[in-house]
Design a protein around this ligand. Structure first.
Ligand code: MCN
Ligand code: CUN
Length: 818
């Protein structure tokens, strides 16, 4: 591919990445251990206990309360007419037959919304997106108009009766062709170009110099195709406008209810205190429930116009065809090394296919997310990274799918490049990594693209993975098999993640600074209610937040009720994505607990008639130093806080904390994958997969293992199976699970997991996020294993998903057949 060095004009401002100075001391060398820290007894179940998830009894019994379980009196149902073209003018919409259907209440078109100036909406990246089209459609399955009826099935039947006349336009599906500006996707814009923005990070001149002096350079183009999260629950909303109260109550599949409330208030003009967003139980989010979809807006408008509750729930094909996509990065990377095989520099040029709008959910300052973390776990002198974004006739989106803001793309690139360079130099990939890792003694480590890694021990994790899987024995087995003509590969991925957005100074969504919150109320009888600005979609927050508070206050985790997702009751927060809940709201839970503990100390001193300084904390009580029998438990203190508090103190035992982290957290890990390849069919069989993760201190090992198992399966999926495919007309060919392949238990290996523990030096409980690490780390381990099996045949790279067809073709090209 060629790299286009075109300079503007762009639709959105082009940017050079900038990082504010970190406060001193947030990153440092921290010792690594293997044993999980446990300081409370099982009755308390603070951090480190394998407590079973409190939410599971209701989920397992089918008693969760999901969006589609919400049924309100008089509720109407909405269904959506969608475009059969990727690019077409709308000549007319005739809804008369639909409206004549008994039970149909209304049909809402773009023209109806235009009357209220609601036919366009802002995206979370300050771009604009159609809610319903007036002039033309810009992607296949785009929302064209909505039918509201008394019954879900009547609405679906009436959708078939709406007659839309289109004048098809040529679509532009290839982002490289889009840059020619022959077909303009967004002719609503002043500047007639498909160029969205240009972004870069790192030092170009220093990188060019390193490449000039390099002894070895490898170069590779790779495409990470469009993929889609496949949550069990699709997206939906129940909007309930009460005109007598002037209040809009919204049930919504939202990973970020407060942020969505603010966006709705700004766009609709409804005062923010009159909007309540309730995010009920969510059946998987994975990033797909961060964006605002047109369906949400139309559903809310329908309730506003009709004065009745309106429900909209997507079906599976709508979800697969039109919701936010992930990846779609075309990457050309170059990695340089000196004569001793030491990596010196990285140069990356990227073309991002944004679809018809930049509707990613990135922090404002980072249009390419945190992609510049792409120097990964390796120490090098210089790096330079660019991304050019293009509009095409595809649905908007760009981030979702367990990705920590584009870290998946960054890690796939650097881990593939590292492997290619090691193979080219004839050095074992494990040895090559060990030689090039940022060493533990180098922390605090400042990366060439401006990140300051908080703590890490990369050789420790790789060594543990190698010892666990028996690396040397596997290499021996591979050599023997190769001699017999059998194809076996071993792949490594030693990734660095970056999660916890974010320090408010650099991170915001639409101007709302990123932080997160906890509010804890300890009741007189020593039971507690804790509310958060995040929103679990299956991650187990009801259990793990309770464990953090139990750790700090000694209240049993089972006595702490955790609530999230109702904007009328929860403190303001930015939501759950980018594995940020532990680094932000988890920290807030500890900090709010500590405020309560400080007040509890004053109350204990009053009750025990001693000075505060004479007291020390012991698991769940303040006790007199030297006489531990003189003590007050947190429960006794809680009762006193409402019945016998010191006269100079306010009654009650509550605290709130809005936590602004001083830095992000940098979890990491080393994964090793072993594959066997069938020479006849090209099928890849993952024989073993070992994942060693380091997420700092572990709150609940059972939950972390669950996150890793699920995340690894979601890494296997794009590595071998998943991709969204369009034909040349722009029709989506992967709109059902018959064409969009997911791995089931049959295709998934037995995941072997383990950990090292290198605490975060700046997080109050030393924890880092973990939710996305396995999805970030797994695909390159699998891809590296496949290429490792085929390298001696001249295969340097295969793009994911690595289908049997691709492998079979590579084998054929190499003259191998069975
Ligand atoms: N945890 C822990 N110890 C640590 C770190 C985390 O015990 N050192 C626990 C946490 O307490 C939490 C869970 O692990 O219960 C995940 O924590 P964290 O890494 O902070 O991530 P979030 O809670 O912010 O979850 C978001 C992350 C993302 S961005 C995606 S995408 C994803 C993922 O979580 N979506 C999921 N995992 C998912 N799991 C389920 N079941 N469903 C989804 O939609
Ligand atoms: Cu990028 S998927 Mo998670 O951040 O909700």
């Amino acid at each position: 591919m060629t790299n286009h060095q075109h300079e503007g004009p762009y639709q959105l401002p082009d940017r050079h990445e900038f990082h504010s100075e970190q406060p001193a001391g947030v990153s440092q060398q921290v010792p690594t251990s293997e044993s999980i820290r446990v300081t409370t007894p099982p009755e308390v179940s603070g951090m480190g206990h394998r407590m079973k998830r409190k939410e599971d009894p209701r989920f397992i019994q089918g008693k969760g309360n999901y969006l589609d379980d919400v049924k309100l009196p008089g509720m109407l149902h909405m269904d959506i007419v969608r475009s059969p073209y990727a690019h077409a003018k709308i000549l007319s919409i005739d809804a008369s037959a639909a409206l004549a259907t008994p039970g149909v209440i209304a049909v809402i078109t773009g023209k109806d919304l235009e009357a209220h100036k609601l036919h366009w909406m802002p995206t979370l990246m300050s771009d604009t997106q159609m809610v319903l089209p007036v002039e033309k459609v810009v992607y296949y399955a785009q929302e064209v108009c909505a039918v509201i009826a008394t019954d879900r099935y009547i609405a679906a039947d009436a959708v078939e009766k709406v007659v839309v006349e289109y004048d098809p336009l040529e679509p532009v599906m290839d982002p490289f062709k889009a840059l020619d500006d022959k077909v303009i996707v967004r002719d609503d814009k002043e500047v007639k170009t498909n160029r969205v923005w240009h972004w870069e990070a790192g030092d170009k001149d220093a990188t060019d110099k390193v490449f000039k002096d390099a002894a070895h350079v490898v170069k590779q183009y790779m495409h990470l195709p469009r993929i889609h999260v496949s949550s069990i629950e699709t997206c939906g909303m129940v909007a309930n406008y009460d005109s007598s109260m002037g209040k809009m109550q919204i049930y919504m599949t939202s990973q970020a209810p407060h942020a969505h409330r603010t966006v709705f208030a700004l766009v609709s003009g409804i005062p923010e205190h009159k909007i309540q967003i309730i995010s009920p139980d969510i059946g998987g989010g994975f990033g797909g429930k961060v964006p605002v979809y047109p369906g949400y807006v139309v559903c809310a408008v329908a309730s506003l116009l009709l004065g009745k509750p309106v429900k909209w729930v997507e079906d599976r094909s709508e979800n697969l065809q039109a919701d936010s996509f992930a990846r779609d990065y075309h990457i050309t990377a170059e990695l340089a090394a000196d004569k001793d095989g030491k990596i010196t520099g990285l140069r990356v040029n990227t073309l991002a296919d944004d679809g018809c709008a930049d509707a990613a959910a990135n922090p404002s300052k980072f249009p390419a997310g945190l992609y510049s973390i792409c120097t990964g776990s390796y120490d090098m002198k210089a790096a330079h990274v660019t991304v050019e974004a293009a509009y095409t006739n595809k649905p908007p989106g760009g981030v979702a799918y367990r990705c920590s803001f584009r870290v998946t793309e960054a890690v796939h690139m650097i881990e593939r490049m590292t492997d290619i360079l090691a193979h080219d130099l004839g050095i074992d990939p494990a040895e090559f990594r060990m030689k090039n890792f940022i060493r533990p003694a180098q922390f605090p480590y400042k990366s060439p693209t401006g990140w300051e890694y908080d703590s890490g021990n990369y050789p420790g994790a790789l060594k543990k993975a190698m010892d666990t899987i028996g690396y040397q024995a596997l290499r021996k087995e591979q050599a023997e098999k190769r001699a017999r003509g059998e194809l076996m590969g071993i792949g490594i991925s030693s990734f660095t993640e970056v999660v916890g957005a974010g320090p408010s100074r650099d991170f915001d969504i639409l101007g709302i600074k990123m932080f997160d919150s906890a509010e804890i109320r300890v009741h007189p009888t020593g039971k507690a209610l804790a509310r958060f600005g995040t929103k679990s979609q299956g991650q187990g927050h009801e259990t793990t937040y309770a464990q953090i508070i139990a750790e700090e206050l000694g209240l049993p985790a089972s006595d702490i009720q955790v609530e999230e997702g109702d904007t009328d009751t929860a403190p303001y927060g930015l939501g759950t994505y980018a594995s940020r809940s532990t680094p932000t709201a988890g920290a807030a839970a500890a900090m709010a607990s500590r405020k309560i503990k400080a007040k509890a100390r004053k109350i204990a001193a009053h009750l025990l008639e001693v000075k505060e300084d004479d007291l020390e904390w012991n698991v769940n009580k303040w006790q007199v130093k030297g006489s531990p029998d003189k003590a007050k438990t947190i429960q006794e203190i809680a009762f006193a806080a409402y019945t016998n508090h010191p006269p100079e103190l306010e009654a009650g035992l509550e605290a709130t904390d809005y936590y602004n982290p001083p830095n992000l957290t940098f979890p990491f890990g080393s994964y090793i994958c072993v594959v066997d390849i069938d020479k006849g069919t090209g099928e890849v069989h993952v024989r073993r997969f070992i994942a060693i993760d380091d997420c700092g201190n572990i709150i609940n090992p059972l939950v972390v293992e669950g996150q890793v198992h699920g995340g690894l399966t979601m890494g296997l999926a794009p590595a071998l199976f998943e991709q969204i495919v369009y034909d040349e007309n722009g029709t989506c060919l992967t709109g059902t699970f018959a064409d969009y392949l997911l791995p089931t238990a049959v295709e998934s290996p037995k995941w072997e997991t383990g950990h090292t523990i290198t605490p975060s030096p700046h997080h109050p409980i030393g924890a880092k996020g973990v939710g996305e690490s396995p999805t970030v780390g797994a695909p390159p381990a699998i891809a590296n294993a496949v290429v490792d099996a085929l390298w001696h045949l001249g295969v340097r790279h295969i793009d994911i998903p690595i289908t049997p067809e691709k492998v079979w073709k590579a084998l054929r090209a190499a003259g191998v057949s069975d």
